[in-house]
Ligand binder design. Structure first.
Ligand SMILES: Cc1ncc(COP(=O)(O)O)c(C=O)c1O
Length: 364
């Protein structure tokens, strides 16, 4: 057996610690609070749950292969030319993989910030393409330096906007002028997995570009603001010509039936989205104030999570919180040993987390 040489030494994606794993490992009996994977703590929209119940009766049938109803709804919602501009994926993760497979050969390259969402690098490494990484500048994507890394082999620049794990954003004016100077065969992917949480109106939105600019792709997901992470459904908005290729090579039933009906129903539930946004924005404001009172430094976030410098080694605090049944992320692997990333939870979860953090810090 000859495994491709570039696959040797790759490690799997490190997810936030699952609740059941923590319960098993530490024998925790009481409630566990998970603030580690930027999930939506409210649960899915009641309309989505009703749609899933109705869909259950049809599970012996394959899903509708083109996902046309959802693609039409998305095209309408975003004012696109039509559903031909929409590609559905098994999570927006799948669209990242499809883009790499369609656009980048083994001897070509992508550019990403380091740190940023890990899956750009993971999928690129699995396709054997070259990865150029660039440090952040003041915890923001360094667009100017990225442009300088572009060569004739560069095919995609991935930009998570908001950025994970900092929650920082790219501004419209800087993005627009930067884009003008890029060579026309470089595709720019604006990954807006957290787009619904942005409060700053100056943010660069993929939607302002994809209508006229064939090299801009926007990724979005139902995993975050729509609370459907467990169903795995996301989408890409892009020029029809590129969407057509992605739709040709993807698996025929890449998005399952329940995900399709839940996503359609979620889009209808405007009240639910407002409720989620309010919950996240109030939670962020609460957490920022609480961290500051504890002498920690939270970074401004336009997302549903916060990057925080605890000003002391984060691992012992992370571990002490785990023993108390609270799961957050510590960011040593990102070269940030005093930092944590915490997802906004329900108000009672945020409150409990801060109380425990305060106890752990004062006992440290
Ligand atoms: C920046 C970013 N993009 C994409 C994703 C993946 O989302 P999905 O669940 O749609 O695959 C995540 C998930 O955490 C993310 O942080």
């Amino acid at each position: 057996m000859k495994i491709k040489s570039y696959l040797k030494g790759l490690s799997p994606y490190p997810p936030g610690k699952p609740i059941e794993e923590l319960r098993r490992e530490l024998g925790i009996k009481g409630p566990i609070i998970k603030l580690a994977s930027n999930e939506n703590p409210l649960g899915p929209s009641p309309k989505a749950i009703e749609a899933i119940k109705r869909g259950l009766k049809e599970l012996h049938r394959y899903p509708e292969a083109s996902g046309i109803e959802l693609r039409q709804k998305l095209a309408q919602r975003f004012g696109l030319r039509g559903p031909e501009q929409v590609v559905l994926g098994n999570g927006s993760n799948e669209i990242i993989d499809l883009l790499l497979r369609c656009l980048v050969r083994e001897d070509e390259e992508i550019i990403v910030s380091k740190p940023s969402f890990l899956m750009y690098e993971k999928f690129a490494a699995a396709s054997g393409v070259l990865i150029k990484t660039l440090p952040l500048k003041d915890f923001h994507h360094d667009l100017g330096a990225m442009a300088q890394l572009v060569t004739e082999k560069t095919r995609i620049i991935f930009l998570d906007n908001p950025h994970n794990p900092t929650g920082s954003i790219i501004y419209h004016h800087e993005f627009a002028s930067w884009l003008r100077d890029l060579p026309p065969d470089v595709v720019v992917v604006l990954d807006e997995a957290y787009g619904e949480f942005v409060r700053d109106p100056q943010v660069a939105k993929g939607l302002s570009f994809i209508y006229h600019q064939p090299t801009v792709v926007t990724l979005r997901t139902f995993s975050k603001a729509f609370g459907l992470a467990g169903l795995r459904i996301g989408y890409g908005l892009m020029h029809e010509a590129l969407a057509d290729v992605l739709n040709t090579i993807r698996q025929p039933f890449n998005v399952n039936k329940l995900a399709l009906c839940a996503a359609c129903a979620s889009l209808e539930d405007k009240e639910y989205l407002k409720k989620v946004q309010q919950l996240v924005w109030q939670g962020l404001d609460f957490l920022v104030e609480a961290f500051e009172k504890l002498g920690c430094r939270p970074y401004p976030s336009q997302s549903n999570f916060l990057l925080v410098d605890l000003n002391r080694p984060a691992r012992p605090i992370y571990e002490a919180l785990l023993r108390q049944g609270v799961i957050i992320r510590c960011l040593e692997a990102y070269g940030l040993p005093t930092f944590i990333r915490v997802t906004v939870g329900l108000p009672a979860e945020n409150q409990r987390f801060i109380e425990l953090l305060s106890e752990v810090i004062s006992g440290a």
